[in-house]
Ligand binder design. Structure first.
Ligand code: ZN
Length: 120
């Protein structure tokens, strides 16, 4: 696994296919692209990272100028985390969007087992 300090991505090989720059072995503190998210998800994800104490650098794809016109909802955000925390950050992203992706109807509480033993 190699790291391109310019693109801040992990890749294979000695030369970055994007910037043609030289890659090197990643170090613990190198910011790496963990995930790319948009709108409300990026806010949720940033929140989760903060709760987990993972330092992150969020960069909007469109830049502040455009996103202030069309609204941040459509903006795609790249999340960079230190290489040492990359795996955690990716796992969190998977948990966030993994199985429970449906948001839809809230309020239909699941029918748990009856709890009627609390009668004093
Ligand atoms: Zn590069």
């Amino acid at each position: 696994m190699q790291y391109c300090p310019k693109c801040r991505t992990l890749l294979e090989g000695d030369t970055c296919p994007d910037c043609k720059g030289k890659t090197r072995v990643p170090e613990a503190g190198d910011p790496c692209l963990a995930v790319r998210m948009s709108g409300v998800f990026s806010e949720m994800y940033e929140d989760i990272l903060r709760q987990e104490g993972i330092p992150c650098l969020a960069e909007g794809e469109l830049g502040a100028g455009i996103s202030s016109i069309i609204g941040t909802r459509l903006e795609v955000t790249d999340f960079f985390v230190p290489f040492a925390r990359l795996e955690e950050a990716e796992t969190l992203a998977r948990e966030l969007f993994g199985e429970d992706k449906q948001e839809g109807t809230s309020g239909t509480a699941e029918d748990g087992p009856a709890e009627d033993a609390t009668d004093a």
